[in-house]
Design a protein around this ligand. Structure first.
Ligand SMILES: Nc1ncnc2c1ncn2[C@@H]1O[C@H](COP(=O)(O)OP(=O)(O)OP(=O)(O)O)[C@@H](O)[C@H]1O
Ligand SMILES: [Mg+2]
Length: 451
C-alpha cells in the first residue's frame, strides 16, 4: 500500500528534511520537502498529501499555525508534529489542536517507519469510512435529487407513492427549488418510465404559439404553418407531460387544456380529427394559484383537475440541513467537469453557505459552486471563492467572525506571556486597560483558553 502514499516533510532545518526524506523514501513512500509553513501550504494547495511531518518550532509561521490551516482546509491529510526533546508539552498541545501524533528529535528510523505505517493504516480506515458514509448516502439520494432534511426525506417517499399512481400532480415551490427534477423523478419511478417525458414551459411562448406547441397544427392552419406539426400532447403519448409554469396559461386555453386532460382527446389547430392520447400530466408553478383564482386569472375547475395530488418543495432557507450536502454534490460534479481536484469546502466557507438565504434556491447554490470552482486555484473552496456572496450576508455575521479572529489572537498572545497582562498588552501594542476591558468583554480565562 506504500506505492501511492505521499508525504510532505516541513522543517526549517535542512538536516532534518534530508534525513526524513531519505528514510521515508527508502521505505517506499513518495516524499517532498518544504522549508517553511507558507511553502508547505502552497504545495498542499496543489497536491493531496496523505501525511505531513511538521516541525513545531519554525521561524515566520509556527507548526501550530500551519496545523490550524491544514485541519481547516485539508482535513484528509494526517499530521505528525516534529518536536525537540524536552518540549513534549507543545506537542501535546498540538495533539489537542488536531495533530495525529508527534515525533521526537532525534529520530529513531525504526520508530519513524512504525509510526508512518500505523498512521497509514489509520488513514486507510478513515478513507474506507468516508466510502461507507458515501454508500449510506444512497438514502439521501433519490433519482437525481439529493436531500437529507426531514422535508426532503418526506418528499422522496411521497414521490415514490405518487409515482405508483397515475394521478395528476401539481408541484409547487419557489424558483430553483427543483420542481422539474421532482417531475422527472416521478416519471422515472412510474410505470410510464419507458415512455417519453415531454416538458413544456408554458411561460415561454406567446399565446398563439403556446397553443400550437400544445395541440400541434395541420398544414395551413395559420400563416406560416407550411407543414403539419405534432403538439406536445401528441408527443407525450404513453409518457408524461410536464406543464411547467402552468400558472401562465391564458384563461381561454385553460378551457381547451382541461377538456384534453379530461377526455384524453384533442384536435390539432386547423384540424377536425379527434386524436386520442394516453399521458399523465404533472404541472408545476411558483405562483400562488389560489390567489390567481381569486383574481380571476386561473380557472378553479382547471386547478382541481391539476391538483389531484399536490407536492410542495420548501425553499432552501427552510431546510438548511441540505445545504452542505447539495454544496458537496455540486462540488463533486463541477470539479469533475472542470478536471480540477477540489475535494473540500472549508469550514468558514460552509458556514457562509449555510447562513446565506438563497433567494434563487438550489439553482443559485449550484451556480455559486460552479463559479467558485471555476475561479479556485487550490484544492479546496474557501471564503475567497465565495466573496461574491459577502455583500448579501448580514453584517452581524461578519462582526461575529471578526470577533472570533480577535479572540483567538488575544488568547494566543496572552498564553504566550503566561497571562501576564503588562507583557501581553505590550506585544499587542495596546494599553493594559484596553486589554483588561477586552478580557472582560470576551470573558477570557486561562482555563478556557484552548477553546
Ligand atoms: N434536491 C436537489 N438535488 C440536486 N439538484 C437539485 C435539487 N433541487 C434542484 N436541483 C438543481 O437545481 C437546478 C434547478 O432545479 P429545477 O430546474 O428543477 O428547479 P425549478 O423549481 O423547476 O425552477 P424554476 O421555477 O426556475 O423553473 C437544477 O440544475 C437542478 O438539477
Ligand atoms: Mg423549472
Amino acid at each position: 500500500m506504500t506505492d501511492k502514499v505521499r508525504i510532505l516533510v516541513v522543517d526549517d532545518e535542512l538536516v532534518i528534511r534530508e534525513s526524513l526524506h531519505g528514510w521515508l523514501k527508502k521505505s517506499g513512500y513518495q516524499v517532498d520537502t518544504a522549508e517553511g509553513g507558507s511553502a508547505a501550504l502552497a504545495m498542499l494547495e496543489k497536491t493531496p498529501y496523505d501525511l505531513l511531518f511538521l516541525d513545531i518550532m519554525m521561524p515566520v509561521m509556527s507548526g501550530i499555525e500551519v496545523l490550524e490551516v491544514v485541519k481547516e482546509d485539508y482535513p484528509q491529510t494526517l499530521v505528525v508534529m516534529i518536536t525537540a526533546y524536552g518540549s513534549v508539552d507543545t506537542a501535546v498541545e498540538a495533539m489537542k489542536g488536531g495533530a495525529n501524533d508527534y515525533l521526537m528529535k532525534p529520530f529513531d528510523p525504526d520508530q519513524l517507519s512504525l509510526l508512518t505505517e500505523k498512521l497509514m493504516q489509520q488513514k486507510k480506515l478513515l478513507d474506507e469510512n468516508i466510502f461507507l458514509r458515501e454508500q449510506m448516502a444512497e438514502a439521501i439520494r433519490f433519482e437525481n435529487l439529493v436531500g437529507r432534511s426531514e422535508a426532503m426525506q418526506e418528499l422522496f417517499s411521497l414521490i415514490q407513492d405518487v409515482a405508483e399512481s397515475d394521478s395528476q400532480v401539481l408541484i409547487t415551490g419557489e424558483t430553483g427549488t427543483g420542481k422539474e427534477l421532482v417531475a422527472k423523478a416521478i416519471h422515472a419511478k412510474s410505470a410510464r418510465c419507458n415512455g417519453p417525458f415531454i416538458a413544456l414551459n408554458c411561460g415561454g411562448f406567446p399565446e398563439h404559439l403556446l397553443e400550437s406547441e400544445l395541440f400541434g397544427h395541420e398544414r395551413g392552419a395559420f400563416t406560416g404553418a407550411h407543414r403539419a406539426k405534432k403538439g406536445r400532447l401528441d408527443l407525450a403519448h404513453h409518457g408524461t407531460l410536464f406543464l411547467d409554469e402552468v400558472g401562465t396559461v391564458p384563461l381561454k386555453m385553460q378551457v381547451d387544456l382541461l377538456r384534453a386532460l379530461e377526455t384524453k382527446e384533442f384536435h390539432r389547430l386547423g384540424g377536425t380529427a379527434e386524436i386520442e392520447v394516453d399521458f399523465r400530466t404533472i404541472a408545476a408553478t411558483n405562483r400562488d394559484l389560489h390567489q390567481a383564482i381569486e383574481k380571476g386569472e386561473f380557472r378553479q375547475d382547471f386547478f382541481y383537475r391539476l391538483n389531484v395530488i399536490s407536492l410542495h418543495i420548501p425553499p432552501l432557507r427552510d431546510r438548511r440541513d441540505d445545504i452542505p450536502l447539495l454544496a458537496e454534490h455540486f462540488l463533486d460534479r463541477y470539479s469533475r467537469e472542470t478536471n480540477k481536484d477540489i475535494d473540500t469546502i472549508n469550514k468558514a466557507a460552509m458556514a457562509i453557505l449555510k447562513q446565506y438565504d438563497w433567494p434563487g434556491n438550489v439553482r443559485e447554490l449550484e451556480n455559486a459552486i460552479e463559479r467558485a470552482v471555476v475561479i479556485c486555484k487550490k484544492r479546496r473552496l474557501g471564503l475567497e471563492e465565495f466573496s461574491f456572496l459577502a455583500p448579501h450576508l448580514s453584517a452581524a455575521a461578519e462582526t461575529h467572525s471578526l470577533e472570533k479572529t480577535q479572540i483567538a489572537h488575544l488568547v494566543k498572545v496572552l498564553k504566550e506571556f503566561d497571562w501576564n497582562i503588562t507583557k501581553a498588552a505590550q506585544a499587542l501594542e495596546i494599553n493594559r486597560v484596553t486589554l483588561h476591558k477586552k478580557i472582560k468583554k470576551y470573558d477570557l480565562r486561562p482555563d478556557r483558553a484552548s477553546s
